[in-house]
Design a protein around this ligand. Sequence first.
Ligand SMILES: [Fe+2]
Length: 170
Amino acid sequence: MNKKLKNELLKKMMIYFEYDNNHINHTYRVLYYADELSKSLLTKKLLKDINLDVVVFSAILHDIGIPICKKKYNSIEGQLQEIEGPPIAREILESFSIDEEIIKEVCNIVGSHHSVGEIETTNFKIIWDADWLVNLPDVYDIKDKKNLSEIIDNTFLTETGLAKAKFLYL
Ligand SMILES: [Fe+2]
């Protein structure tokens, strides 16, 4: 991972979020978990289909459609984000010399990050799990442990994401 490029992308992300700390903090937390999950999956399982560039770029840009959705529709509904996010992600990635294959995969993840099952790659699953690790307490009552245990089992897609969710919330 090229650190300079990662920092440039983080800077662009903050500009698109108009320095809104809620979105910026959310993105940094998703990035943190995405990084942790991919590294532990890589060491444990030697999964060859994880591309750290795709994971990091997708984590940084996954919610990038939110500001335009707020302006255009006065809504941040998932389906709208999936439509508006990818062209912005593409524009940002194309401003750096990033391989088209990587841009395509990142845009697909950004365009499906609320729709489980559309993409079956490990890169997608890592972003899905990292986003849910952050969002879980906002969406569900995490005090109801019995119910939460079932939700966690049905939500997380990677072994390490599932283990992390159980560790954090159960
Ligand atoms: Fe998110």
